[in-house]
Design a protein around this ligand. Structure first.
Ligand SMILES: Cc1cc2nc3c(=O)[nH]c(=O)nc-3n(C[C@H](O)[C@H](O)[C@H](O)COP(=O)(O)OP(=O)(O)OC[C@H]3O[C@@H](n4cnc5c(N)ncnc54)[C@H](O)[C@@H]3O)c2cc1C
Ligand code: SF4
Length: 518
C-alpha cells in the first residue's frame, strides 16, 4: 500500500526525482523496509496517456522549462529530458550496453590530453560486474542472461549489410531493455517503432511501470508527483535535514529527512546543489572542490543517413535495436583517444522537418520526404572527454516560474571530439555508399539525451564531489543518485550504468542506515 509520511518525520530518506536513478534507489530501499518520500516535479501518467505520436508525446513528456544553451549546446533545449514520474525512462529507447574496462580507466589508458580533466573512476569493471548482472536481469536486457535478442528490422538489415561491406563484424540487434518475449508481466515488442513515444504496450522497460509500482507495493513508499524541490536545507551541523518543495498549486512545504538523495538528472541536480548555498556552504552544497556543475559530458553524438536505392521503411521496427561495436577501442591511429559505437536509428518525418531541414519547407524538405521510405540511419555515440569549462551554472538575474535562477548549459566540443566525429562520419558515409546509397548526409547539434558528469566520483575530495557510492564528500547524508556521478563518459549509453550504480548505492545506504552510521 502506498504510504503517507508526515512532513516532520525525520526518519525518512527523501529522493528527489523518480527516473532511472531515483526510481531504482526508491525500489531498492523500500524493498528493504526503509521509509522513502520521493518528490517528483512532474505529473504521473498511465499507459492510457501514451499514444503512437512522436510530436504529441514530445510535448507531453519533455522538460520544457526555460534552459539556456551556450556554445555548441542549443539554446532553449540544450538538454532533452522528461518531467514526470519515471523520468526520462519514458522517452528513452532502452539501449543497455555496459561500459568497457578501459573506459573506467581513461587517464591511465589515454594519458593526459590537453584541456581535459580526465580521471580514472574509483571503480573497475570487476567492481561493477555483479551490479550490471542484477540490473540486466531486472530490466530483461536482450543478449544477456540467456534472453534472446530482438529480431532484425529492415533498417537493421541495411545497416548490417552496409557495415560488413567496409569490414565491420561485431554487429547485432544490441542489448535492449525491451522484451523479445513476454517477461515479468510485460508483453513482447510488436516492432511498432514508437519507442521514443513511451511504448503504448509496455514492452519497453521504464521505472514508471516497473520500479515505481514495485516500491508502492510495499508499505514504505510515499511518492509525491507535481512536487518541485526548490532547496535542500542543511542544519547547524552541516547535515542535510530537510527539502523544500512546491506542490502543483505553488504551495511550499518542507519535508524533514534523515538522508537526501538527489536524482534530478544532471542539469537540475546541479541547479539544486548550487541554489541551496548557505553561509557555511557559500559555493553551494557539496562544492568545496568547486567541481559541482563542471566536467559536463553529453557523449560525442552525430547522425548519419543514407538514401538507399530501394525502400527500407526504417520507421517499422524497434527504433534503436542495432549496434556496430568495432570502433569501441582506444586506437590513436584513427586520430583521437577513446572509442565510439554506431547504433541503429530511425526518425519520424516531423523531426526531419524541424531539425534536419530547419523551418521544414521548400525543395530540400520535399526531396527528403519523397525519399523518406528509402532512408536508413545510424547514430554515433562516443566518449566525450570531460572539460572543466563545460559546465552548468545559474543565471545571475533570470528566474523561472518557481523563482529559481534559470540554468545555463555551456558546452563546447574538444578537438578530440571533432576528430572522432569526422572519422565516424566518414566511415558511416562510406558504409552506406558501399551498399549503393544515392546520397548520404549527417546531422548533429541536437539537445543532449545522455547527460553525465557535474558531480564526479573520485577518491580525493579536493578534486571530486562524491565517493564511489555517490555519497558527497562534504555532507555524509547527502547522496547524488544519477548520471552526475560519472567520472568519464565512456561510449556506452549511460542508463544501465546509472541503474547499476544505484543498486550499489542503495545496498551501501541500507547498510549505513542499519548500522546507525547515518
Ligand atoms: C529520446 C531519448 C532516448 C534515450 N535513449 C537512451 C538509451 O537508449 N539508452 C540509455 O542508456 N539512455 C538513453 N537515454 C537517456 C536516459 O533516459 C537517461 O540517461 C536517464 O533517464 C537518466 O536518469 P536520471 O535518473 O539521471 O534522470 P531522469 O530519468 O531524467 O529523472 C530525473 C527526474 O527528476 C525529476 N526532477 C528534476 N528536477 C526536480 C526537482 N527540482 N524536484 C523534483 N523532481 C525533479 C524530473 O522530473 C525527472 O523525472 C535517452 C534519453 C532520451 C531523451
Ligand atoms: S517497437 Fe517495441 S518497444 Fe518500441 S514502441 Fe513498439 S512495441 Fe514498444
Amino acid at each position: 500500500m502506498p504510504a503517507n509520511f508526515a512532513l516532520d518525520d525525520d526518519s525518512v530518506v527523501v529522493i528527489i526525482g523518480s527516473g532511472a536513478g531515483g526510481g531504482t534507489v526508491s525500489q531498492q530501499l523500500t524493498a528493504r523496509g526503509i521509509k522513502v518520500v520521493c518528490l517528483e516535479a512532474g505529473p504521473r501518467r498511465g499507459l492510457g496517456d501514451i499514444v503512437n505520436n512522436e510530436p504529441e508525446m514530445f510535448v507531453k513528456l519533455s522538460w520544457l522549462d526555460r534552459r539556456i544553451g551556450e556554445g555548441y549546446a542549443p539554446d532553449g533545449m540544450p538538454v532533452w529530458s522528461v518531467k514526470g514520474v519515471g523520468g526520462t525512462t519514458t522517452h528513452w529507447t532502452a539501449c543497455c550496453p555496459r561500459l568497457h574496462d578501459f573506459e573506467f580507466k581513461s587517464l591511465s589508458t589515454y594519458g593526459e590530453i590537453a584541456d581535459c580533466n580526465l580521471a580514472d573512476w574509483p571503480l573497475s569493471l570487476d567492481d561493477m560486474a555483479p551490479w550490471y548482472d542484477i540490473a540486466e536481469d531486472m530490466l530483461g536486457v536482450t543478449g544477456t542472461h540467456g534472453i534472446e535478442r530482438l529480431p532484425p528490422s529492415a533498417n537493421f538489415k541495411v545497416m548490417e549489410a552496409a557495415a560488413r561491406k567496409v569490414g565491420y563484424s561485431d554487429i547485432d540487434t544490441y542489448n535492449m531493455a525491451i522484451n523479445s518475449a513476454p517477461r515479468n508481466g510485460r508483453p513482447a515488442c510488436l516492432q511498432m517503432g514508437f519507442c521514443n513515444s513511451g511504448c503504448a504496450i509496455n514492452a519497453k522497460w521504464t521505472t514508471l511501470f516497473n520500479h515505481i509500482p514495485q516500491a508502492e507495493a510495499t508499505d514504505y513508499y510515499d511518492l509525491r508527483p507535481d512536487s518541485m524541490v526548490t532547496r535542500i536545507v542543511t542544519d547547524e551541523n552541516g547535515r542535510a535535514s530537510a527539502v523544500r518543495y512546491r506542490d502543483k498549486d505553488g504551495v511550499e512545504h518542507e519535508q524533514k529527512a534523515r538522508v537526501v538523495c538527489v536524482a534530478a538528472n544532471v542539469v537540475e541536480t546541479t541547479r539544486l546543489l548550487l541554489n541551496s548555498a548557505t553561509e557555511r556552504f557559500p559555493n553551494g552544497l557539496a562544492n568545496s572542490s568547486d567541481q559541482v556543475g563542471r566536467n559536463y559530458m553529453r557523449h560525442v553524438m552525430g547522425m548519419v543517413f543514407g538514401v538507399m536505392p530501394g525502400e527500407v521503411n526504417w520507421y517499422k521496427g524497434t527504433t534503436c535495436a542495432g549496434v556496430i561495436r568495432d570502433e569501441i577501442k582506444h586506437d590513436t591511429s584513427r586520430g583521437f583517444s577513446g572509442g565510439f559505437q554506431y547504433h541503429l536509428l530511425a526518425l519520424g518525418p516531423e523531426y526531419i522537418a524541424t531539425n534536419l531541414v530547419p523551418n521544414g519547407w521548400g525543395k530540400d524538405y520535399a526531396n527528403l520526404l519523397l525519399d523518406y521510405d528509402k532512408l536508413s540511419g545510424v547514430i554515433i555515440t562516443g566518449e566525450d572527454p570531460p572539460q572543466q569549462s563545460n559546465r552548468i551554472t545559474l543565471h545571475a538575474t533570470e528566474k523561472d516560474q518557481h523563482g529559481l535562477p534559470v540554468p545555463i548549459v555551456s558546452y563546447n566540443k574538444h578537438p578530440n571530439t571533432e576528430a572522432m566525429l569526422q572519422y565516424a562520419y566518414g566511415r558511416a558515409r562510406s558504409m552506406y555508399e558501399a551498399l549503393g546509397a544515392t546520397r548520404t548526409f549527417t546531422h548533429e547539434g541536437f539537445g543532449a539525451t545522455h547527460n553525465m558528469g557535474v558531480c564526479r566520483m573520485g577518491a580525493d575530495p579536493a578534486t571530486s564531489v562524491c565517493n564511489s557510492y555517490g555519497q558527497t564528500h562534504d555532507i555524509p547524508n547527502l547522496f547524488v543518485s544519477d548520471g552526475s556521478l560519472f567520472t568519464t563518459s565512456g561510449s556506452a549509453n549511460p542508463t544501465l550504468t546509472i541503474i547499476s550504480l544505484m543498486l550499489r548505492q542503495a545496498d551501501y545506504l541500507a547498510g549505513e542506515l542499519g548500522s546507525g552510521a547515518l
